[in-house]
Structures are given as C-alpha cells and as structure tokens.
Design a protein around this ligand. Sequence first.
Ligand code: AMP
Ligand code: ZN
Length: 434
Amino acid sequence: MYWEKNYETLSKNELTDLQIDRFNTTLKYAAQSSFYGNLLQKLGISPGDISDIRQIQDFPFTTKQDLRNNFPYGFLTLPKKELIRLHSSSGTTGNPTVIFHNRHDIDSWANLMARSLYCAGIRETDVFQNICGYGLFTGGLGFQYGIEKLGALSIPAGAGNSLRQIKLMQDYGTTVAHAIPSYLGRLHEVFEMHGLTPQKDTLLRTLVIGAEPHTEEQRKRIEDLFGVKAYNSFGLSEMNGPGVAFECIYQNGLHIWEDAYYVEIVDPDTLQPLPDGEYGELVMTTLNRQAMPLIRYRTRDITRIIPGKCKCGRTHRRIDRITGRTDDMFIIKGCNIFPMQIEGILLKIPEVGSNYLINLETINDVDEMVVSVEVKKEWFKGDIHKLDLLTKQITSMIRDEVLAKPIVKLVEMGSLPQQEGKAVRVLDNRKNGI
Ligand code: AMP
Ligand code: ZN
C-alpha cells in the first residue's frame, strides 16, 4: 500500500513533531549560508530555537528575485566539494535560478519520487518511459532517479521524436509514460497517422502528466485518447523538481509531502496564511534539504488545500490542481516564459517597432506561442526574401532565450491593437491552457 508507511501515514501530532525537528536541522544548515546566516542574525533566531512549527511565520518570504540577487552561491550552505549536482530553471531574464544538491539531497529527492510513483500505483514490475528532457530541467533526472529507486525498468527516452517514442513503447512493452500534457495530443496524432492506437498496439496503462498547468477536462481527454489513467505530478526546481506533490490512485488532489516540505497557502495580496480550502499562493519551506534549504519560498502558483482525509490512508494533505499564477509567467511546451524575456529580445532588433503581441494558441492539438511583431511598412514593399530572413532571425533569437520555438509573424507598423495604459502582451486562447 505504501512506499514509506512510517512517513506517509504519520498522525498530525507525529508529523508536526517531525517538522519541528527537521526545521531546526534545516536552520542549522541555513545558518551556514550567507543569505540565511545574515537573516537569522537579524531575526535573533538560532537553530534549535523552534518549538512551535508556526514560528516559521516569523520568517520573511524568500523570492525568486532573492535567488537571482544572490546567484550563484549566496544560499549555499556547504563547501563545493560536498555538492554532487545542480539544476537550473528556465524562464528568467538575467541570472538563472540554480539549486545545488549534496548526496543526501539527491537521495531524499529520489525517495520522494519513488514514493510519488508508488502512490500512483506504479510498481517495480512496470516499464517506465520518461518522455522528458534530460539536463538542467529537473523532469529528466528527477524521474530517472525515482524510477530506479522504485525498481521499475526505466527507459530514459528524452523529449520529442514521436515515432521513436512509439517504437520504444512497442519494442520494450512500456506500461507507464511520463510527459507534459500538451505533448500527448501530438503523440496521439502520430499514433493515428501510422494507423496505430495506444490501446491495441501498446501495453500502456498509466500516464504521468505534469510540469505545466492543465485542466480536469484536458486530463480526461488524455485518458480517453490513450485509454489509461493519467496522474498529475507537481513540482518546481526550487523545491527539487518533480516529487513535491502527486496524485494517488484516487485522483482527488495531490498529496504534498509534508515531512519534506512545510506548506502554507497565503493570500496573494495580504500575504497572510489562509485556512484549508481557500485558494491562494503556495509557499513552501524545505524540511529535508542540506545544501540549499529555502524558507517560505513564494512559488507564485495558485492552489488550495483540499480539506478532509484521503481514502488511501496517507495523512499528508492534498493540494488542488494549479489554477494559475500570481505573476505573468506562462508555460508553453514545458518551458517557463516571462513576457519580458520576449520583449528583451525584440528590443535588441533595430528593425522592429515597440509593439508586439504574444498569442498562445492550440494549433493541430499542440500549444503554440505566436509572436506578432510590428515592423516598418517599407519591409512589405521590398524584397520578400529579406522579410523571411528577419522572421527566421527573430524566431531563433527567441528560441535561444526561452528554449521553445515560437511562430513569428511580422505585421505592418500600426496594425496591432494599440492599448491605453498597461499593455496586454499575452492573449491566452489555448484550448486547455490556464
Ligand atoms: P520548473 O521550475 O521549471 O520545473 O517549473 C515549475 C513550475 O511549473 C511550477 O511553479 C508550476 O507553475 C508549473 N507546474 C509544474 N507542475 C505542474 C502541474 N502538475 N500543474 C500545473 N503547473 C505545474
Ligand atoms: Zn490519497
């Protein structure tokens, strides 16, 4: 029933005691970093001082900006020789956010991942195809280590090349696959194009979907297309990556692992903690990370705690699927993108004007980012070839910055809607996007 019964079914009191203990240890490590070392001194708090877990609320929030301002080592608690891995997140202008791990951190993350997979009914007898980029993005190695820890046969397939993905599924009898939800429509199309159906032509029984927002309808659609159950997996690089919260077989919210994270939902305006059931911004504190603990990290993701107990018996509370963000970041093809990044690129190109519009659209079942950019009228009178070259140049510059390929459309100066006041730069018309 459980991967780690000792932890997954702790009573409220037992869990709270463990959290207090682990938060004190966390502070011991945090005190060794320059960022939290200074903060603890300012607050007059010493590791070991915590006797009530609500004392976490005496700490200020940590933000992505803090991580960037202290890039790369300001949050590091250990000498470099003790580190074994770093991951860094896309979706920033300027300094990226980077998280460092020592061996303990990687082991504990792998365990959380194995626990997550187990809770979605995945077992060592499964063949698990990880359709996901390996590299700095946490979805590749994060899942890889979890699958191995669980003992299932892993196929580190990487992202893209749908026909090859299907062949891998058929050759090795894949029973579980992990992919971003927006890719699965495309994958299904390729099945159809080749006269195949996942139901008849593969052994697939489970999908794990995550890394980007999706609706319940989108999940149902994926489940129907593939004839499988699709479980929601939530995580963010700052909290390791995947393995933060995961659906169990009852698919009724995502268990968020409270022995590893202290969870708060705060009102995005007042920043005051909200009771279970109310929607707000998810704020998290790592409780079992040594090399780079984070205290009260503002994830910007909007969700709520689902009140009540889960039928599976796990006592860790459940969060609802993410309904949006409190900043303007959007996610396309699994890449986190801020509109300012696109603007930053366009400003570097003298031929383009200052007006642009990002349309998020579902084209042939794939979510695309269409960037319309105004250029001077003369461009449309001259050599079409030059226009084509400029389009290609802008496309590759944006792709290099945000890692997702946009569809760039050059339009005549003055043809995009002019806005008074704060410009609307992003229109989200995706079928299932949030
Ligand atoms: P990254 O740090 O690049 O892994 O991106 C993390 C962000 O992806 C989160 O803060 C969420 O906004 C989003 N995300 C990850 N998993 C999910 C999910 N299952 N549902 C909705 N959004 C997700
Ligand atoms: Zn459950």
